[in-house]
Design a protein around this ligand. Sequence first.
Ligand code: SF4
Length: 465
Amino acid sequence: MPAMQSYKGRFEPTRFEDLTVTIDFRCHSACRFCIVQEGMNYFKGVPLEKFSQVVADNAKAPRYKRVTFTGGEVTLDHRLFDYVAVARESGSFEHIRVQTNGRLMANKAFAERLVDAGIDEYFVSLHGHDAETQDYISQRKGSFDEAIAGLEHLHAMADRGVVIMTNTVMTTLNAAVLPDIVETVRRFDPARMEFWNYLPMEDFGDERNLIATVEQLRAPLNSALGKARDYGINALVKYYPQCLLGEHADCMDNAQPDVVIVEDFYEIYPQFACMWEAKCGHSDTCLGLHHPYIEKFGWELEQLTPVPRTTPWREPEYGLALPTDDPHGRNLAAASHPDWASLVDGVAERTGTRLSDLLLDRRHCIFRYALGGDPEASVDIVLTTRTSERRALARTRSFNIHYRNVVNGGGNEQALREVVQAVIASVTQRDLGTLSLDERKGLVGPEAFRRQRDQRFDKVALERK
Ligand code: SF4
């Protein structure tokens, strides 16, 4: 049976207004499923100078509203405060977030120091509901108690604007206790609880038996989501079939932020597929199953229940385009990106067309126009960063412009041409150099790899071929 391959673009960084910066990958826990231990040890942290450059760019042409520091356990690295200072002093971010296991915040003075430094959002990993489960998973005795003490200290600073979110990686080790984790966490008033299905980054054969089946996760996950809803906690799920979330289908969110790291980072992510992709109304937001899952457990055709599509299926070409990651809201609606939409203000009215989509990722801004006379006919007008190295239909102050993906062009050539020309004229007039796209792949080069990278990374790459 041919595999219905989900498009790779979905794993492009697509949460346009969020930036993730990896500082280092050391950690004092050793979670049994950890993707850092598995796959990300290939990468080094981003040098402070490189980060400062990105921040300076952001101050000049604001794009990112939030910066998240992550890696292994970033709070172990005293340089974190230097990075945070650069971010804070630039004044160009609304929020500064750390992704953390929360253990060092058991020290109240340290938790306060983080808050004093300007970090207002704490994305705390909690993979078990009690010490026995969490300490087994983290392979560090006391890690649960420390994280809970850390959460207490952070919660006590809620009046200073401290926002708590939690992250739970779902594996066979905690599948049954997901609802209990909600019970454990609720007293800290988290703005959001995230449940990420485990993704193997290296153990593709799942020799450690960490991949939980969709059926193993289904009841406890839905119960956890129900509890979260009842307690007024936003919940979010990644990498699990949307059709199995029942009334919680709107919790699905597979978007990723922009990552200041080599682009190859995304090459080691597993790919996804679903046999129902062309039939299912969720397939624009749902990834289906990852390949190691399919290899081990099959396509789950009996379990997955596609919802009927209301629009015809088109081979998806671009990733999801979402705005900034507001923990208080779900942000699942298509982004409007007003600054970018204003580049083409009035074009639809003047040409009798409809701007049916505005898709934004780091490298592209795509305006999709449907024709008024033939709504089945459309064209994508694509803005990329200005460069003379590539052919373009037009160049404005900041952008190259070209068009692609003409649908039902036959007989509509004139109308399609008019809208393309109108967009070019509009963007040329309104591009004042305050918006920018980035062509640099992942923003840092090969220096971000550790030395052993070649051998191990190439092994992964080879297995993919
Ligand atoms: S059937 Fe639809 S919702 Fe279910 S896994 Fe496939 S694409 Fe996702």
